[in-house]
Design a protein around this ligand. Structure first.
Ligand code: MG
Length: 201
């Protein structure tokens, strides 16, 4: 299969006195997101979306919440592991799209900065990162941040590229043989190739 889709969701409660990080960006706000790690709800949803796209489990199966190693951990670590998983499965990211659901802070003025940071962390262009936000109307979740993320992956075509190059070189040799035969038929003498086609290392 050449393309895969992945979906991730996460939620964290706001807590006073905790630094706020969303999409790897530190945001000046009186409250942050409580969690065993740095509580970066957006990076957690993206991590699950990437892992899900290659059927590699979820963030909790790699990083159990009770493990002291991940206490206050930078969520970039989780994202990096998910990137490694999709790469070893033979895929790369085409684009991601996300929706944050929270009352405050307002994401609109921060969205381009979050987009740049997420793109940098994922190693893709900002044009391939969607950051959207909504308020939790009617959800009775005023003190919570939720994040939804979808990712599209495509198969890395390295092996195909090598096969294509080998086929081109082979057909070039065959063409040279045909030309040489034609020329020698016309002139009645064999013609040497202008350069040694074997010596291309
Ligand atoms: Mg989480």
């Amino acid at each position: 299969m050449d393309i895969r889709i992945g979906y991730g969701w996460d939620s964290h409660a706001f807590k006073a006195g905790v630094p706020l990080k969303i999409g790897g960006l530190s945001i000046d706000h009186p409250e942050g997101l409580a969690g065993h790690s740095d509580g970066d709800v957006l990076l957690h949803a993206l991590t699950d979306a990437l892992l899900g796209a290659v059927s590699a489990g979820d963030i909790g199966s790699f990083f159990p919440p009770g493990d002291p190693r991940w206490k206050d951990a930078d969520s970039k670590i989780f994202l990096d592991l998910a990137k490694d998983e999709i790469q070893s499965a033979g895929y790369r990211i085409v684009n991601v799209d996300t929706t944050l659901v929270l009352n405050a802070p307002k994401i609109g003025p921060l969205s381009s900065e979050i987009r740049e940071r997420v793109a940098e962390l994922l190693g893709i262009l900002p044009a391939n990162v969607g950051i959207k936000a909504k308020t939790p109307e009617g959800l009775n979740a005023n003190h919570v941040a939720q994040a939804h993320a979808v990712v599209l992956l495509e198969r890395i075509e390295e092996r195909g590229d090598i096969q294509t190059m080998t086929a081109v070189m082979q057909s070039q040799r065959e063409l040279e043989d045909v030309v040489q035969n034609l020329v020698s038929q016309v002139h009645g003498v064999p013609v040497r190739a202008p350069f040694d086609t074997e010596d291309i290392t």
